[in-house]
Design a protein around this ligand. Structure first.
Ligand SMILES: Nc1ncnc2c1ncn2[C@@H]1O[C@H](COP(=O)(O)OP(=O)(O)OP(=O)(O)O)[C@@H](O)[C@H]1O
Length: 300
């Protein structure tokens, strides 16, 4: 089953195309990430999915409904994360839950939701007094009040400390486990790598890659990193000319060779040939960070 279908989306502001032919599908129960540099068109794209903006060209379906024309139907199936500025600082958590529950014919059980999101101890706390992690948990609760089949989360963990971020990640995973489809906009590679089943990399309004995190990493020109103690007696030139080697650098007292599977095999042969033992040898997969920089050619 397809939960979200986006076809040939275009949006122009002041003569500049900010979304330029974006198409993708999100399967039911999937966590689908949209990753890209500032101004890539991520928010514009997801706001077209939410029905908050109307595309110049192209169309969107959410659970088969058109967000622009079938608002009521879409409201019933889609949960949208609010931005911080959209809640009054003086509203308590309970009041916010009550207010947003009143928007739905059959809202989810508020008590159960508050419990699931760890908000029970904060029901009487005013929004303005909540920590960053608590605010985000409240936003997730509000997005889930209509018992949606699909939720859109835009930069959910921006500004959170690592512990709060991990808590929010666990919540998103539990959403998926309960069958909810998640469309997630993020700047964080670690977040995308951990949570997303598939990721669309958006750059200057176009999707430049769409794959699983593992698939994207596999496309990085240097899919493997070999590192070892810098004192290991190996000729730098011999390292640079290993087949598939992309770069050789020194980092924190270690020599790091970026390359491919072939580089790793050739490196092992080189050690055997030279009769050298590489101190503190490690071979690691490239990260989504490396793949992202390769795919967008942009610094985040
Ligand atoms: N209503 C608008 N009017 C004019 N320009 C806009 C409007 N909305 C967005 N833009 C421009 O469109 C481009 C894409 O914006 P968008 O917010 O979709 O990008 P983004 O990928 O979400 O960026 P960020 O990661 O910084 O949030 C930006 O250059 C932005 O300035």
């Amino acid at each position: 089953m397809t939960a979200i279908e986006v076809r040939g989306l275009h949006k122009t502001y002041g003569g500049r195309k900010v979304v330029d032919g974006v198409s993708f599908e999100v399967g039911e129960g999937e966590i689908f990430g949209i990753l890209g540099p500032n101004g890539a068109g991520k928010t514009t794209t997801v706001e077209c999915v939410e029905g908050l903006r109307t595309p110049d060209e192209g169309w969107v379906k959410v659970c088969g409904y058109d967000p622009a024309a079938q608002r009521d139907e879409v409201t019933r199936v889609l949960g949208v994360q609010l931005q911080e500025s959209e809640l009054q600082a003086k509203l308590t958590v309970r009041e916010a839950l009550d207010l947003y529950a009143s928007f739905y014919e059959r809202p989810a059980d508020r008590q159960e939701l508050a419990e699931r999101l760890g908000l029970l101890p904060h029901l009487r706390t005013r929004f303005g007094k909540l920590s960053g992690g608590q605010k985000q948990r409240l936003f997730i609760a509000l997005a889930l009040l209509g018992d949606p089949r699909v939720v859109v989360l835009d930069e959910l963990t921006t500004g959170l400390d690592p512990r709060a971020r991990r808590e929010v990640w666990s919540l998103v995973e539990s959403l998926r486990d309960s069958g909810v489809t998640v469309l997630l906009v993020t700047h964080f590679m670690e977040e995308a790598q951990r949570l997303c089943d598939r990721i669309a990399v958006l750059d200057r309004g176009r999707i430049t890659a769409l794959d699983t995190p593992g698939g994207l990493i596999g496309r990085a020109s240097a899919a493997k990193e070999i590192s070892f103690a810098a004192g290991t007696p190996l000729d730098p030139e011999a390292l640079r000319t290993l087949p598939g080697a992309v770069s050789v650098r020194t980092e924190d007292g270690r020599t790091v060779v970026a390359g491919t599977e072939e580089t790793v095999a050739a490196f092992v042969s080189l050690l055997a040939r030279e009769g050298v033992t590489a101190g503190q040898l490690r071979v690691a997969d490239a990260s989504l960070d490396d793949a992202y920089l390769d795919l967008t050619g942009t610094e985040r």
